[in-house]
Design a protein. Structure first.
Length: 215
């Protein structure tokens, strides 16, 4: 417990279960520490169901972990129908009980688009909706989702993060920071977070250092 709230991990882990089974075992063992796990078979659900991801998603749910299906929104440029198709595939193929909408716009002009997507996500069975803006968005986005990712980037940038005053009007558990190229001793400021050592083009192929005791 720090600053009056419990810190929990939202882990976007994008490696295939058949190639990294030990890492997925670690995530399941760490279930009590987790806010949720983002599954991403093929930059989304893929063109067909992947039985390995379906099996690991079932194990996660059995351990009490939220399973969040990854869907790219391309900063409001991706058509509504394409996003909804991916939401339904995550639900039908992997039993996802939540949605992780990546590359979410932070612009107030895109709010109507994301309101429609939020309604569609709920209709598709998403009990938890996460919007990954990667920056602090217009405050009205807090009305749409349970969790906003308000930082995604490297540790060197994160150390100088400035948090807008409007965030103080909301519980800390409404915000998440995703940090890569983080040293093992690094600590997050957000109630929900993930700090991984990975860097380069695919930093989310590594697990957070905080899960080392579960390996």
């Amino acid at each position: 417990m720090r600053n009056g709230f419990v810190k929990r991990l939202l882990v976007p882990y994008y490696e295939h279960p058949a190639e990294q089974p030990e890492a997925w075992d670690t995530l399941i063992a760490a279930a009590p520490r987790l806010y949720g796990v983002v599954i991403n078979p093929a930059s989304g659900p893929g063109a067909a169901a992947d039985p390995e991801f379906a099996a690991v998603a079932e194990r996660l749910r059995g351990a009490g972990v939220r399973v969040l299906g990854y869907v790219d929104t391309d900063y409001a440029r991706r058509p509504h129908a394409a996003v909804v198709r991916d939401l339904l595939r995550h639900r039908d193929w992997y039993g996802a009980d939540g949605a992780f909408l990546d590359q979410a716009s932070a612009d107030p002009d895109a709010l109507p688009h994301y309101r429609r997507l939020a309604v569609a996500a709920r209709a598709a069975g998403a009990r938890t909706l996460v919007l990954n803006h990667g920056v602090h968005p217009d405050p009205a986005y807090t009305e749409l989702a349970e969790l906003l990712v308000t930082f995604e980037g490297p540790w060197d940038t994160y150390r100088s993060l400035i948090v807008p005053l409007w965030t103080a009007a909301h519980p800390p558990e409404r915000f998440c920071h995703l940090v890569y190229a983080a040293p093992p001793e690094a600590r997050a400021a957000a109630a929900v977070h993930c700090l991984v050592p990975g860097a380069g083009a695919h930093p989310w192929s590594t697990l957070p250092s905080a899960l080392e005791p579960y390996r």
